[in-house]
Design a protein around this ligand. Structure first.
Ligand SMILES: [Zn+2]
Length: 367
């Protein structure tokens, strides 16, 4: 009895680079056991610890998917051809370590091989490596976002460590972007981390965001928030907004011209001094974590094209009540940047707009 087994690229290392091998077995289960005897390690690739076939790998007997036959009890006969077909996307197989690394999300029907490929091809810019940017960056790196840009001009200070979890005590005094890059690369070497140790300005922001599919605003001041909003609207770049203070926070996702922008929501910043900063009013570190992780979740959903984004919704989180409220936000027909007749068509001086003297403004810093 002889059965031809076609081996996919990721498993060919185990068969000495053979594309097709001869084996035998009464049924699929038997065949897998016999393959394991000839090519040790192959069973662990095909089956989980309980011996069930992994869900991102399909087997075909001749041209029939065994899930529609009798699964691993599907009988085999002499001359049958069995094909092992792993999840792939874009014509490129995943490496074995990638299949393992991302297995817990590849098995989600909303992700699958196609979704994982989208994540690996995605480019996300995170503005601010602080309380919001830290947890956000961790989860985006873990999920395998192919390229992560980090913008922050600050160095790590002792009072950051209570919430800015991408930085460690040993990093005090280092550039935040360098400290963050080191952690993200050690979580996942698949991720390319690009650092921008600079203050975002009207002059440099367009060139930077152009490179990316989506932007995460984790900044800590109003000039940067309006700068990011206007630049993203003008360049049609989706972005995730979040803000935090004391025990609460808010988040929304903005896709320019499909929903309201930040200026539709808040046409002008509050006068300087009216809304205290985290430095003045305090912030519970875990609250920053909640909002930063919500931002990461929105980015992943956007890239996967799954679920409902916080588009036209402002999510309000109150940790003391432990409540989430979702408010509906409309586009403002008179919005100065995203309406049909915008009055702001190029980037302005945002420090002046926000009434902040440039010397005291921490543009590019993390919340
Ligand atoms: Zn608007």
């Amino acid at each position: 009895m002889s059965i031809k087994v076609r081996i996919p690229v990721p498993l060919q290392k185990l068969t000495g680079n053979q594309v097709e091998v001869e084996c035998n077995g009464e049924d699929i289960k038997d065949l897998v056991d016999n393959l394991e005897k000839k090519y040790p390690g192959i069973k662990a690739r095909l089956c989980d610890e309980n011996g069930n076939l992994r869900r991102f790998i399909n087997l075909f007997v001749n041209d029939k998917d065994i899930r529609f036959l009798e699964g691993d009890k599907t009988q085999l006969k002499d001359g049958d051809e069995v094909s092992i077909i792993p999840a792939i996307a874009g014509g490129a197989d995943f490496r074995e370590d990638q299949i393992e690394r991302y297995s817990r999300q590849i098995i989600l029907p909303e992700v699958g091989g196609m979704g994982q490929r989208r994540l690996l091809n995605a480019k996300v810019l995170i503005i601010g490596c602080g309380g919001l940017g830290s947890p956000c960056a961790y989860y985006l790196a873990g999920a395998g976002i192919g390229k992560i840009g980090l913008v922050d001009s600050d160095v790590v200070e002792l009072n950051n460590l209570q919430r800015q979890i991408v930085h460690f005590t040993k990093d005090i005094g280092r550039q935040k972007v360098e400290s963050a890059k080191e952690k993200l690369e050690s979580i996942n070497p698949d991720v390319e981390v690009v650092t921008y140790p600079l203050r975002l300005t009207s002059e440099n922001i367009m060139d930077i965001i152009e490179e990316y599919d989506m932007v995460v605003d984790g900044s800590d001041n109003f000039p940067t928030r309006y700068l990011v909003n206007d630049a993203c609207v003008m360049s049609n770049k989706p972005f995730s907004h979040a803000g935090i203070l004391r025990f609460g926070g808010q988040a929304t996702t903005i896709i320019p011209h499909q929903g309201p922008c930040y200026r539709c929501l808040f046409a002008e910043p509050p006068p300087p001094g009216m809304v205290p900063s985290c430095q003045e009013a305090g912030i519970l570190g875990a609250v920053a974590g909640v909002l930063g992780v919500i931002q990461a979740t929105e980015v992943l959903k956007y890239i996967l094209g799954k679920g409902e984004l916080l588009l036209g919704k402002l999510l309000i989180f109150d940790a003391l009540e432990m409540s989430f409220r979702k408010l509906t936000v409309q586009r403002n027909n008179n919005c100065s940047v995203c309406s049909d007749r915008p009055t702001i068509t190029e980037l302005i001086n945002y420090e002046q707009f926000c009434g902040v003297r440039s010397k005291t403004c921490q543009v590019g810093g993390g919340n």
